[in-house]
Design a protein around this ligand. Sequence first.
Ligand code: TYD
Length: 227
Amino acid sequence: MKKGYLITLEGFEGSGKTTIAQRLHQVFKDSGFPVFLTKEPGGTLAGNRIREILLERESEGLGFKAELLLFAASRSENVRINIKPALQKGSIVICDRYYDSTTAYQGYGRGIELETIQYLNHFAVEDVIPDTTFFLDVDPAVGLQRSALFNQGKEMRFEDEFINQKKINGKLFLERVRDGYYQIAQQEPERIQAIDANRDINLILNDIIKILNERLSVRFHKKLLPA
Ligand code: TYD
């Protein structure tokens, strides 16, 4: 059914994910591929409104169950309206965060049972599974510092919580999220490629392009130009 190729980017705040998504989008365009860039939460009218509820400081104290359901609601709209149709047309789709974020943050981070998370992830996306996922692995403390420096200050609910985080089983929230990403990466080593994101952004991008060229040439018979 699927003619296109879905690439998702995962990692902590401040891992450079969003900049890399934008640069990668440009590389695909310059190389002559049809490409569509989107992000989560967001990407649709309803998704952008949900994004405000999820990320703005006014929502301090939002329950974990409501948070999980809102991320899933935003994602299902993005899949239905943007991602699935683009893939059906044969486009490359780059999504800045996808359901692995929910597994890592709401599952491992918040402690919601993983069976519920998996059920809802599947319910939201159905068969729209990423072909390749890059996990940009940055030291969470470094990432948080970068993110606090660059964020405009409105969408700060998660950052506030990370700064005031409490330990569960001896681990801070972001340490649990990181453990979660490592677990997911171990379970699906073919799909998920971990990239050392403590380095210069050009080096990170080169690694990503190299991996994609190996994978894409099979289906698309053409290659990405260097960044
Ligand atoms: P965003 O401003 O998009 O941050 P980033 O640049 O780090 O991607 O904020 C998204 C926040 O929402 C981020 O803290 C991670 C969190 N998140 C979840 O907890 N679960 C999810 O399913 C998604 C998509 C994001």
